[in-house]
Design a protein around this ligand. Structure first.
Ligand code: NCD
Length: 387
């Protein structure tokens, strides 16, 4: 089954519900056949075509979300396990809502209440959830690289819900989608996007660097020098060799004429002591206040991946002000996660279809070889009889 090619998958779940069967939606459904990835571990392996496909599929899912009953049967019968080893509200809940909107069978595991607390290893846990029927695994882990290890031991698809300081692909994708829906003309290329705050400990910043530079944004990373360490060298080397970005502790220079300012939380739980004198000092020097936002373009967008520490990295009136798209980011998170779950399922299905077609083909080849052989045997038997 190629999931995208089957309009039934985008039909409303129940013919009797108030949703009209939506042919346009089916026609708009992205061709999952173009999607080739088994896992979503980071955005660094995604091509611009992949990013476009995700954005297009997200738009389709966003339409589904406007229906009175925002549910489609695309993943009916699919076991999706959400395994989080770290605290989370929005990412975990939005993966759960997304999978349920696609009619998947969702299992949630909080590591603290699972056998992990009895010393079970990550690999054992992954084998267990697979044996219990999971075909997709959404994993959040404090160790960078954990989802990559999981992908080696899980035969379904692994989705990275955030690993250590390393990557948070669905956050970067929902940020890109939010920008494409909110920037004039949907154009991200050439826009000045400032990522402000604790860049060093942020997987959100690292993933956004890839996707935003891929989309052609002029990315600026800004914060105290102690929280930008290592990024200078990366900026000089370029993302993917050629895409550059700017690293600075000069806040006015970063904010001047910015089109977008994304504030990041100070990640105290990941921070070694001595990197910041105090949160109060940070707020005074780098907090995103209304006065500072005045340096940016008048309609500049304010973003934050959440959770926010209002009064530290962002002032409450900026967080909820006219320019803020923070709650839209959260809402778009559901559509983007529906899109990636759907695309990964489509890729798995088309891989399975290709495999069974290949099996059929080789069986067919065997059969016709067998038929040729026996026809040949008959022929020579016939010739022998005639001779
Ligand atoms: C972020 C995370 O966990 O990486 N939050 C999120 O997923 N929306 C950022 C953070 O914890 O500050």
């Amino acid at each position: 089954m190629n999931a995208a090619a089957d309009p039934a998958l985008f039909a409303p779940d129940d013919a009797a519900d108030p949703n009209e069967p939506d042919r346009t939606l089916a026609a708009n459904a992205a061709p999952a056949g173009r999607w080739t990835h088994q896992h979503l571990l980071d955005v660094d392996v995604l091509t611009t075509d992949d990013l476009d496909l995700i954005m297009q599929t997200t738009a389709t899912m966003a339409q589904v979300l406007t229906r009175p009953i925002p549910k489609v049967p695309a993943l009916r019968g699919w076991g999706v396990t959400i395994l989080f080893y770290e605290a989370s509200t929005r990412t975990r809940v939005s993966f759960e809502v997304a999978a349920k909107n696609l009619s998947a069978d969702v299992v949630n595991i909080a590591a603290a209440s699972s056998s992990v607390s009895k010393g079970e290893s990550l690999i054992d846990t992954i084998r267990t959830v697979e044996a219990l029927g999971a075909r997709m695994l959404v994993l959040r882990h404090a160790t960078s690289g954990a989802p990559y290890l999981a992908a080696e031991h899980f035969s379904g698809s692994v989705l990275n819900g955030g690993d250590g300081w390393h990557a948070h692909p669905t956050q970067a994708l929902l940020d890109l989608y939010t920008l494409r829906t909110r920037l004039p003309g949907g154009i991200v290329a050439g826009r000045k996007v400032v990522i402000l705050g604790d860049v060093m400990h942020s997987r959100v910043a690292r993933s956004n660097l890839w996707s935003l530079t891929a989309a052609g944004a002029d990315v600026w990373l800004c914060g105290p020098a102690t929280l930008l360490r290592g990024f200078d060298a990366w900026a000089a080397a370029g993302v993917a060799g050629s895409r550059r970005f700017t690293v600075t502790s000069d806040l006015p220079a970063a904010l001047r004429d910015a089109d977008v300012v994304m504030a990041l939380r100070i990640q105290r739980e990941r921070m070694a002591s001595g990197l910041l004198p105090s949160l109060r000092e940070y707020a005074a020097r780098f907090g995103l206040t209304r006065e500072r936002m005045a340096l940016a373009r008048p309609d500049a967008l304010v973003m934050h991946p959440g959770p926010m520490n209002e009064g530290v990295e962002i002032a409450p009136d900026v967080a909820t002000g006219r320019q803020s798209v923070i709650t839209e980011q959260v809402a778009n998170g559901v559509a983007v996660r529906m899109a990636v779950l759907y695309l990964l399922a489509g890729a798995r299905d088309s891989a399975a279809t290709r495999e069974s077609a290949a099996t059929r083909e080789s069986a067919g080849a065997r059969d016709s070889a067998g038929a040729r052989d026996s026809a040949g045997a008959r022929d020579s038997a016939g010739r022998a009889a005639a001779e």
